[in-house]
Design a protein around this ligand. Structure first.
Ligand SMILES: O=C(O)CCC(=O)C(=O)O
Ligand SMILES: [Fe+2]
Length: 348
């Protein structure tokens, strides 16, 4: 009864905390923030998203994904309990440790670059779509890419695990582990070199030096694309080619956003904690009509002043674009995504 009453009260008398009232405004970059983005190649903007309103629905969806995953692993005998009573990150860690596997593809709203099968897991739920279309995110994106905004298909959720939860045999890729120094353009096809691609990196829980926050090399966005090499952790810039400069680590609270250009050199730290999963989204927006660098994957028009009728608003239609893509790729050859060769002299 107590819960029902509390729920009703919330609905009839919405309580607005000062921070919620502040968050409700149209999101804008101040002149100083815009200047920092232009001059340094990155900027952190605090309190753009409301953790309760904007991020909790995403985590509720992921909790349901983890429920289903735990049920099926228990049925297969891979784990001894579903660990339903543990908080999300402890539960995910326990399930990875016990099964000796990692499960990034079950949560990601993207497909692997190779070996897509008709049953490759992908989570394209409505809460994820709503986050991609969040008006405050799009307000910020509009200030960089203009009023015709395309949500590119090059985006991920990353649940970076403590080292102890990653099996020695891997995978040690950037969805669960450290990410080497790179420019985002370096992981795209050359077709996107001249595009304007904004990366918005958004932590869902607190990102710290200990659990593997991002770090940037300021002002590197003014350089051309640097040669990258394939590495076991993903495509990265070899040490000899890393531009000089002092890395700036960026611990961040949920609700804050990091904005980067497609040429800003950045990486992320190891998760050296025992019991935390660093959960974050990296989302990308660009002007409608420019190449995304991953032509085999589907994006969508997220906002359009000129052609509002082209905006995708239906979460089920969005999900279908990915499921259809999965079916097509399962039947096809792997498309090429990377321009870098492991046998280039600088990569040896
Ligand atoms: O989240 C990470 O650890 C790396 C993210 C990244 O490279 C990006 O957002 O472009
Ligand atoms: Fe990146």
């Amino acid at each position: 009864m107590h819960n029902a009453t509390a729920g009703l009260t919330e609905v009839t008398v919405p309580v607005q905390s000062p921070s919620q009232a502040q968050i409700a405004r149209v999101a804008v970059l101040t002149e100083a923030q815009r200047r920092q983005f232009d001059q340094e190649g990155y900027v952190v903007i605090e309190d753009v998203l409301d953790p309760e309103q904007d991020l909790a629905p995403v985590m509720a969806e992921y909790a349901a994904v983890l429920d289903r995953l735990a049920d099926s692993l228990l049925a297969d005998g891979a784990i001894g309990s579903t660990y339903r009573d543990l908080p999300f990150d402890e539960r995910l860690i326990q399930i990875c440790v016990e099964s000796g596997r990692t499960f990034s593809q079950f949560f990601d709203f993207n497909l692997p670059q190779k070996g897509v099968r008709a049953d490759t897991p992908i989570h394209v739920g409505p809460a994820i779509f709503n986050l991609l279309r969040n008006p405050r995110l799009l307000d910020i994106a509009e200030m960089i890419v203009g009023p015709e905004i395309y949500s590119t298909p090059v985006q991920h959720v990353r649940m970076k695990l403590p080292k102890r939860a990653i099996p020695a045999a891997g995978p040690h890729d950037g969805l669960v582990s450290v990410v080497p120094w790179h420019q985002d353009n370096g992981v795209l096809l050359p077709e996107a070199d001249e595009a304007t691609i904004l990366t918005i990196w958004a932590p869902i829980n607190e990102a710290t030096l200990a659990n593997g926050c991002l770090q940037v090399l300021p002002r590197t966005h003014r350089d051309d694309l640097v040669t990258h090499c394939p590495t076991p952790e993903g495509v990265g810039i070899p040490d000899v080619l890393l531009p000089p400069g002092q890395p700036v680590p960026l611990p961040m609270m949920p609700g804050s956003l990091l904005l980067m250009t497609q040429r800003t050199v950045h990486s992320s730290l190891d998760n050296t904690t025992d019991d935390q999963v660093r959960i974050s989204f990296d989302l990308r927006y660009q002007p409608v009509g420019q190449p995304t660098g991953r032509p085999a994957f589907p994006g969508f028009v997220a906002r359009s002043a000129a052609h509002p009728e082209t905006v995708l608003r239906d979460p089920a239609a969005w999900a279908k674009t990915w499921i259809d893509t999965r079916d097509r790729l399962a039947a096809d050859q792997d498309p090429a995504y990377n321009r870098w060769r492991a046998d280039a002299p600088v990569c040896a």
